[in-house]
Design a protein around this ligand. Structure first.
Ligand code: SF4
Ligand code: SF4
Length: 97
């Protein structure tokens, strides 16, 4: 069974070394964001080969309760952007910045 659900789109991700990234976009089915107050991308996977998928990724879950977009442990933004902050990979849309 394919489960269809509404998720915020990962509109852009600049982390080109991630296996799920091509063309500055995320093509995982869904990603998970957050660890406490840190809006990191849990799904990040540094790998030399990359996905062949062209689907747009959704935000499946987010654990950053302190973000204004977090509603019941889910993201309620229309879309998010992900990118590098120093050596970390973070949700740039988080209101914690
Ligand atoms: S959003 Fe996360 S999983 Fe998707 S390409 Fe970027 S770092 Fe990888
Ligand atoms: S915008 Fe906020 S709620 Fe949405 S994924 Fe980013 S940190 Fe989580």
């Amino acid at each position: 069974m394919i489960i269809a659900t509404d998720m915020p789109e990962v509109a852009q991700c600049s982390v080109t070394q991630c296996a799920y990234n091509s063309d500055d976009s995320c093509h995982a089915r869904a990603i998970t964001i957050g660890d406490g107050d840190n809006p990191g991308c849990d799904t990040y996977f540094n790998n030399s080969s990359h996905t062949r998928s062209h689907r747009a990724a959704g935000v499946g879950a987010c654990k950053v309760e302190s973000c204004d977009f977090n509603d019941d442990f889910e993201c309620s933004a229309d879309s998010i952007q992900v990118g590098k902050e120093g050596k970390s990979v973070k949700c740039k849309t988080c209101t914690c910045h």
